[in-house]
Design a protein around this ligand. Structure first.
Ligand SMILES: Cc1cc2nc3c(=O)[nH]c(=O)nc-3n(C[C@H](O)[C@H](O)[C@H](O)COP(=O)(O)OP(=O)(O)OC[C@H]3O[C@@H](n4cnc5c(N)ncnc54)[C@H](O)[C@@H]3O)c2cc1C
Length: 486
């Protein structure tokens, strides 16, 4: 078998980083282009790779939550992003949240220390000719490259708004007016500071949101919001109680001072391990900075809030994946040119990382001369692929959800029980598929897939696949050159 081609990747975000590390672990040479530190997108604040630009949460952990299932699958498949998240997690109740600095620093260290990954700094303005190529430049792909992609795919890149929630410093919160608790008492109570509002305070707050001055969209920007990330003032415009049923919902929270559920609650989620800063959960906004300070200081406990970061709004670029890509995330008109991450219209850190892993899988299968073998449609990974390939006229970005997976065909169950059953089915099916996939890899393993740095130097740590997929004895009995394939 020929030596594997160098895989070129543009973008060392969630998708590009996961793809690079996965390919390197499978014996491929990778050339990873990243604009940092030469340039940054408006949302980035650090020169570290794999930066989480907004929330520090990788969202729910429960299997009855589709993103919880996706994470469980990623762990099973040896995701580097999830391994880094596990090593840098901070308490967040029923969610997986990380210390963003430590998370990005760890991913950067792994990328920099891999002998199979060549990092090239610079803004890529045109798609390179090399193949295979993964384009993973994310929702804020620069204008020049976006224009080149548009030339290539012949489709319009869509722009709409996404938004960043503000962060306040912990010592500026008046905790005599707030209480610490996770919803439904799940997890560490210190993960959240809750600011309770009575009806009068809530109504005054909603009125202020509606009247506040907003940043105007630029002339070429058409405000098309992602429904899962609406600015709070847009929600406030939709109805008096919309926020009370959305990010300010009080369910599962009891104020210990009067043992009652408040009318509405603003939740502050811990940003860092030390608990020095908290973000206002779900409070993405287009209000001007001065208006944010004025309106958010109406929230009980935040009267003297010191803002470490204000909310903001950003463009989000994605391609019409179902129309443009084949089932292996390759441009139909140009095999070898892959797209991954949010640019394909998946939404979220976790989904983007999983997209990077999938692109790496397909490249690896192609190089080994094997038929493409995607994860089954009953799995969350299969569900992500279904989202990218289900053709529709109004394609929009989406988080993973159970509707992306093959429907439940067992006995009739209530929603939560059905999700639980679907999650168990997914993990079973993934396990069976992964076992076959690994066996197929062993049969076609390239000789140069030897001595994985990732498995030998401890930088990435022990590969969980070694522990999970085979009894220890049988793993040890594989030649060292094959261990990384497991
Ligand atoms: C404002 C905003 C807030 C968000 N908030 C959340 C959130 O709270 N939770 C959540 O789950 N998701 C959130 N998202 C979505 C999240 O950013 C993405 O899901 C995730 O980061 C996408 O991963 P990616 O790898 O596709 O892109 P990114 O993580 O953005 O990575 C792309 C990389 O490509 C690099 N790059 C871009 N253009 C070029 C170029 N021309 N040349 C070289 N390098 C380039 C960038 O510097 C970056 O490192 C938010 C997005 C935005 C824009």
């Amino acid at each position: 078998m020929s030596a594997p081609p160098v895989v070129t990747i543009i973008g060392a975000g969630l998708a590009g980083s996961e793809a690079a590390l996965t390919l390197a672990a499978r014996g491929h040479q990778v050339r990873l282009f990243e604009q940092k530190p030469v340039a940054r997108t408006p949302a980035q604040t650090s020169d570290l790779l794999c930066e989480l630009v907004c929330s520090n949460s990788l969202r729910g952990a429960a299997l009855t939550n589709a993103v919880g299932l996706l994470k469980a699958e990623m762990r099973q498949l040896g995701s580097h992003v999830l391994r880094a998240a596990a090593q840098t997690s901070v308490p967040a109740g029923g969610a997986l949240a990380v210390d963003r600095e430590r998370f990005a620093a760890l991913m950067t260290e792994w990328l920099r220390s891999s002998p199979r990954i060549e990092l090239v700094s610079g803004v890529v303005e045109r798609l390179p000719a090399e193949r295979p190529l993964i384009v993973a430049t994310g929702p804020l792909t620069g204008d020049a490259l976006a224009a080149d992609i548009a030339r290539k795919v012949g489709a319009d890149a869509l722009a709409y708004y996404d938004a960043i929630a503000p962060i306040v410093s912990a010592d500026s919160v008046d905790e005599s007016k707030t209480f610490r608790a996770s919803r439904y008492g799940k997890g560490d109570p210190d993960a959240y500071i809750n600011c309770p509002l009575d009806r009068e305070q809530y109504e005054a707050f909603v009125a202020a949101l509606r009247q506040a001055e907003k940043v105007r969209p630029r002339s070429f920007e058409e405000p098309r919001y992602f429904e899962g990330c609406l600015p709070i003032e847009v929600m406030a415009e939709r109805g008096e109680r919309t926020l009370a049923f959305g990010p300010m919902k009080p369910v599962g929270l009891v104020d210990p001072r009067d043992q009652r559920r408040p009318w509405a609650v603003v939740q502050l989620r811990r940003e860092d391990e030390a608990g020095t800063a908290y973000n206002l959960v779900g409070f993405q906004t287009r209000m001007t900075w001065s208006e944010q300070a004025r309106v958010f200081r109406m929230i009980p406990g935040l009267e003297a809030a010191s803002f470490e970061r204000y909310g903001a709004v950003h463009r989000n670029t994605f391609i019409d994946a179902p129309r443009l890509l084949n089932a292996q995330m390759e441009l139909r008109t140009e095999p070898g040119l892959y797209f991954a991450g949010q640019l394909t219209g998946t939404e979220g850190y976790v989904e983007s990382a999983a997209g990077g892993w999938l692109a790496a899988l397909f490249i690896d299968q192609r190089h080994a001369g094997r038929e493409p073998s995607p994860p089954p449609p009953t799995t969350a990974h299969g569900g992500l692929l279904a989202h990218l390939t289900r053709e529709r006229s109004d394609y929009q970005p989406s988080n993973i959800n159970f509707a992306c997976l093959a429907p439940w065909d067992g006995p009739r169950l209530r929603k939560t029980d059905r999700y639980q059953a679907m999650a168990e089915r997914a993990l079973r099916d993934l396990d069976a598929w992964w076992t076959l996939e690994q066996q197929a890899r062993l049969r076609t393993a390239p000789p140069h897939a030897e001595g994985s740095h990732e498995l030998s130097d401890g930088a990435v740590g022990e590969d969980p696949r070694l522990r999970r997929d085979e009894p220890a004895g049988s793993v040890a009995s594989y030649p060292a050159s094959h261990r990384e394939l497991l």
